[in-house]
Design a protein. Structure first.
Length: 456
């Protein structure tokens, strides 16, 4: 019988995270202070983050030790299996070998606890008592609820309203782990009240929820804010995924030709791909594909610019691909991909042509998700289905070219609490949304008054 899954023993879990800043051909441009236009220093970030995480955010050290207390919690489900999708290969009649890193086996059902647990730990040792955060699909809110319950921190989650309504069981998971979850825009912050007064039916967005969570953190005692994606330290914590995958491929004696992940703020994609991008930077041939929704085409259509990470314009200005911080994506079911910006690290690597961006429509991603569920049994998160759509396209290309290749993708989460999206798809109620040039131009106007990154 052929090998279906590759496991690592607990002893083989990676003990360090990989920091791609040590190897990037073009260094990151610094985040800027919106008032002065000057690079932000650690003190500017200290009202929102603890100093130990700020140090990681700016570090260029290649390897960073994972604290024992964090490893001990990660071992509850890690190392995650590397699995081979034989039935999907057969169904597609492809000579390609398709592997996936199964991050859906975590207690919260996605890759998000990899950083949630680390962030809760670092806040705890810094003496913080309470955290605030945003969540789109609810996966991040659940993951941080789990992390906070492990380290005894209070948590308030601002959940994008449309997802709050689509995914009631995610709220219950958060409450079960002891967190408080409210729909965003909420009436609990000045910014939330402002948005509701201007648009009572606003479905919310990650940008709005981030603004509410930051406002709460800076106006409350002993409280910091935690972000589930985008920032350098989040990408860092997720690299355990790719580092495990590399060990697992060594056991198989193989190396992927193509590495694929979906991108919202970039964290699951970075987690799987950055260790491979290190090899690529040093000459190895590997194609790396980042997949986003056509409805929120940040890296396929947005410009590379300085922009705010949130809608209220309270964060430092980040150098990234963006659709403009006021952009409110259409209410697609892949809530975790509805973000106007992109991780600066991922953005710079796209600019340097090390990552290939790609976008798919919602209907095609559900079709891919259904194919996967009916061949490989797992019902994936709508975000993950974007990666699967690209996997199927690459596997079909291999068939047409008559070329065997090894495809690896990140199965970033299961979709067992996302079934309303599947229901709408199966009932023929879902539609595709694309963004017109006119809408793009309108939402990019906010960038006109912001500083521009240096062209390198
Ligand atoms: C299952 C899953 N995959 C992917 C994402 C996208 O986020 P990121 O790009 O940070 O991995 C999310 C975000 O909520 C998610 O829940």
């Amino acid at each position: 019988m052929e090998t279906k899954k590759v496991f690592l023993s607990e002893k083989e879990i990676p003990r360090q995270w990989y920091n791609i800043q040590a190897d990037m051909p073009t260094p990151l441009q610094p985040p800027l202070h919106p008032a002065t236009g000057k690079p932000v220093g650690p003190d500017d970030l200290s009202p929102i983050f603890p100093m130990n995480l700020i140090e990681q955010e700016v570090s260029t050290q290649r390897w960073i030790d994972i604290p024992e207390e964090v490893l001990e919690k990660l071992l509850i489900w890690r190392p995650t299996p590397l699995q081979r999708a034989y039935n999907l290969e057969k169904y597609l009649k492809t000579p390609a070998k398709i592997y996936y890193k199964n991050e859906s086996v975590s207690p919260a059902g996605s890759h998000k606890p990899n950083t949630a647990i680390a962030q809760a730990y670092y806040n705890k040792v810094a003496g913080i008592k309470r955290l605030t955060t945003e969540t789109g699909a609810g996966q991040w809110g659940c993951a941080l609820s789990l992390g906070c319950s492990m380290f005894g921190l209070e948590l308030k989650v601002y959940m994008v309203k449309i997802s709050y309504e689509q995914k009631p069981y995610r709220q219950l998971m958060m409450k079960t782990w002891g967190a408080n979850c409210v729909p965003s825009p909420s009436r609990e912050t000045n910014f939330g009240r402002k948005v509701i007064s201007e648009d009572p039916d606003c479905p919310g967005s990650l940008g709005i929820a981030i603004s509410e969570a930051i406002e709460d953190a800076v106006t409350s005692e002993h409280t910091k804010y935690s972000l589930g994606s985008v920032l350098n330290h989040v990408m860092l914590h997720q690299t355990i995924i790719g580092l495990e995958a590399q060990k697992q491929f060594d056991i198989l004696g193989e190396y992927p030709d193509v590495v694929i992940g979906c991108v919202g703020g970039g964290s699951n994609f970075a987690g799987l791909s950055f260790p491979y991008l290190r090899d690529k930077i040093h000459g190895k041939e590997v194609q790396v594909i980042a997949v986003e929704p056509v409805a929120c085409p940040t890296i396929t259509r947005g410009p590379f610019s300085y922009d705010f990470g949130d809608t209220a314009a309270t964060t430092p200005l980040l150098p990234m691909f963006t659709l403009g911080h006021n952009f409110i994506p259409k209410s697609i079911h892949a809530g975790g991909l509805r973000y106007h910006g992109m991780s600066p690290l991922v953005s710079q690597l796209v600019l340097d042509a090390l990552i290939q961006p790609r976008a798919y429509n919602q209907l095609q991603t559900y079709k891919a998700g259904l194919t996967f569920a009916r061949t490989e049994s797992l019902i994936c998160a709508p975000e993950t289905n974007h990666a699967i759509a690209a996997v199927i396209e690459e596997a079909e290309k291999a068939r047409e070219e008559g070329r065997s290749k090894v495809i690896l993708f990140n199965l970033s989460g299961h979709g067992l609490l996302d079934l309303t999206g599947y229901d709408s798809y199966l009932n023929g109620e879902l539609t595709d949304y694309s963004l017109s040039e006119e809408e793009m131009r309108e939402s990019l106007k906010v960038l006109d008054s912001l500083p521009q990154p240096v062209k390198k």
